[in-house]
Write a protein that binds this ligand. Structure first.
Ligand code: FAD
Length: 598
């Protein structure tokens, strides 16, 4: 209580830190206690009605959950680790946030200030190890400054869309300080982006009008610009492709949206890049993109970050502007164009691909193909479902086969691509959106990496449906070893494991699925329990059709190579883009296929 007039109320350093975090709208924090974190665990206990502690079973999972949450909500998420191993364990999850540019605050404990820098138990120099992963990284130097430093960290994380790290020596957490700090959380405003320049818009529209085969290539920078993407596409008859992360911005069934480009891409998205002569590149920083397009194509690039302009492709028109504004200005400018042979061919190519994929929907092949499994998910997941997607072949199958709907959400480890992302991300999704149904989708490699987090789902009674695609291999790497480097398969085989029984041992429900009917039954049973569920789908060892090494076009590849490819992937009904272009009366753009890879 207040003892004398003019004397500030007292608060512990840790309580003051948590108060700032709460003021920024955070209501839970992921972590795992350690001795150096006692003072903050004490504060979490005191404030448990305002700030919920989520006990993950590995700090990596806590950091990944925070990263996933920030991706799903757009708001800062918080994780912590204790001094030494707890801090080091955070690292992998923090890198995920760094690479996908989301605000995360990591509170790192340190031994008491009196014991620092003298080779004590669990005492390491923590600042240098967080330097690379963070946008801002400081050790608090006095108890009184704890809340101000935490507030600074949060503002830095938001400003730079990255990881801010605050290291707090244990004694500062216990120390009683003046409760005088006022955070500025309520006054936080979203950044304002530049509007496009009129002369650049004019140049862009000129280029679009004079192109024969123009496309739009967008990334998650266009996430608020779905209407504008469609308006430009419809007005100038431009097919659309996206980065993988931009899946879901447009409805899957939108006829001119061909899906993503790149290795995980569906066939039309993979082909169109080499047939185009002009790319309207919007909010997209995909690291592979310079290998995905006709290098002679002209490029108009829209990005809010001038560091990104010209980074992935030589460009002709830079537009430093918000995607929504710039696209709206482009759409408002010129006359409507009529459909070109190129545009019509793109629509036909998409239809051909969809029909081919659909032809496997009811496949009774055993071990199972992915198409029937995703068909069940498409039919049973609600309009509000959230999908937490791990890393590996599951990215290919998800990208091509899950028909994401307007209000559904999904997340993966995009640029950093860490295995083990699925389970922690599903925990974040269920905590952030308790009324949505949540699925984690992993391969048997990714699932095993952080499967102890089933225990977290059980502890907090999170009804997550975890689907494990078991094919006893690290498929994504197996395909690389076979198709890219032509080496004998090395180190990719995984032992067959009974994940359903493992799940039951952890207190979840478990089902093994070997047939389509068993999948339908398991999904039904999953809806009838409130426990977390693990569905172990025994999947075919056959790899998804490769669109990176695609041998379909007789004008380019010898017939025996085509025959082999078609037989391997049951691709008899697939036709190359050039076929549809010729049918529509169009001519192929001049393209030098780039063979070099990162
Ligand atoms: P980011 O890298 O986040 O870039 C977004 C861009 O938008 C930035 O340049 C930013 O400055 C800009 N921006 C932000 N806001 C705005 C705004 N308001 N207006 C304008 N610009 C804005 N990806 C693929 O595309 N193809 C693949 O084949 C592929 N394979 C993968 C395989 C695996 C196993 C995994 C895990 C991932 C794969 N990915 C693939 C994902 C890939 O690694 C990248 O994460 C992804 O391509 C990046 O997407 P992005 O450019 O949309 O997002």
């Amino acid at each position: 209580g207040r003892s004398y007039l003019n004397m500030a109320e007292k608060i512990s350093g840790s309580d003051a830190a948590l108060k700032v975090i709460e003021e920024w709208g955070v209501d839970h924090i992921y972590g795992y206690p350690g001795g150096s974190f006692d003072s903050t665990m004490n504060a979490l206990y005191n404030q448990s009605n305002k700030l919920k502690f989520i006990q993950v079973r590995h700090e990596e999972a806590g950091a990944l959950a925070a990263s996933a949450e920030a991706k799903l909500t757009g708001k800062i998420a918080v994780t912590f680790g204790s001094a030494g191993p707890g801090a080091v364990h955070l690292m992998n999850g923090l890198y995920d946030a760094r690479q996908d540019h989301v605000p995360v605050l990591a509170i790192v404990a340190q031994v008491p200030s009196t014991k620092m820098n003298a080779d004590n138990f669990q005492a390491i120099d923590e600042e240098p190890i967080f330097d690379d992963v963070s946008v801002w990284n400081r050790t608090v130097s006095s108890a009184q400054s704890v809340p101000a430093v935490v507030d600074e960290a949060i503002r830095q994380a938001y400003k730079h869309n990255g990881v801010a790290v605050v290291t707090i020596p244990k004694d500062f957490g216990w120390a009683m300080i003046d409760d005088t700090f006022v955070s500025n959380a309520k006054n936080h405003v979203d950044p304002i982006y530049p509007a496009p320049r009129a002369e650049s818009i004019e140049k862009a529209v000129e280029l679009i009008k004079s192109a024969k085969a123009p496309i739009i290539y967008f990334g998650i920078g266009a996430k608020r610009a779905a209407k504008e993407l469609q308006a430009v596409s419809e007005k100038y008859k431009m097919p659309l492709v996206s980065s993988v992360l931009a899946k879901g911005i447009l409805e899957e069934k939108y006829p001119a949206y061909l899906g993503s480009a790149g290795r995980v891409a569906p066939k039309p998205g993979a082909e169109i890049g080499f047939a185009t002569d002009l790319i309207l590149w919007v909010g997209n920083d995909s690291p592979f993109s310079r290998f995905l397009f006709n290098p002679n194509a002209k490029v108009i690039q829209i990005d809010i970050d001038n560091e990104k302009i010209g980074k992935r492709h030589v460009i002709d028109v830079p537009l430093l502007a918000d995607a929504k504004e710039a696209l709206a200005a482009i759409a408002a400018k010129g006359e409507e164009l009529s459909p070109t042979p190129f545009y019509n061919a793109a629509l036909e190519d998409k239809k051909n691909w969809n029909e081919w994929q659909d032809s496997f929907k009811n496949s009774e092949e055993v071990p199972l193909r992915p198409e029937p499994i995703f068909d069940v998910l498409n039919k049973t997941a609600s309009d509000q479902a959230v999908f937490a997607v791990d890393v590996g072949n599951v990215n290919i199958n998800f990208e091509r086969l899950l028909d994401i709907r307007a209000d559904q959400k999904w997340t993966t480890s995009g640029q950093y691509a860490t295995m083990g992302y699925g389970l922690p991300a599903s925990i974040a999704a269920k905590i952030a959106f308790p009324h949505r149904d949540v699925y984690s989708l992993s391969g048997d490699g990714g699932f095993a990496m952080l499967m102890e987090e089933i225990l977290t789902q059980v502890k907090y009674q999170l009804h997550v449906v975890n689907i494990v695609f078991s094919n006893e291999t690290l498929g994504f790497i197996e395909a690389e070893q076979r198709d890219d480097t032509h080496q004998p398969l090395s180190g990719v085989d995984l032992p067959d494991t009974d994940w359903a029984t493992t799940a039951k041992g952890m207190g979840a429900e478990g089902f093994t699925v070997r047939t389509l009917q068993e999948m339908k039954d398991a999904i039904k049973a999953a809806a009838e329990t409130s426990k977390p569920v693990v569905i172990d789908v025994k999947l075919t060892h056959e790899m998804p059709l490769t669109t990176e090494h695609m041998f379909l076009d007789p004008a380019v590849y010898p017939q025996d190579q085509i025959d082999e490819y078609v037989a391997k992937y049951q691709a008899q009904d697939l036709k190359p883009f050039s076929y549809f272009l010729a049918q529509a009366g169009g001519e192929q753009a001049k393209s030098n296929v780039v063979e070099e890879k990162p």
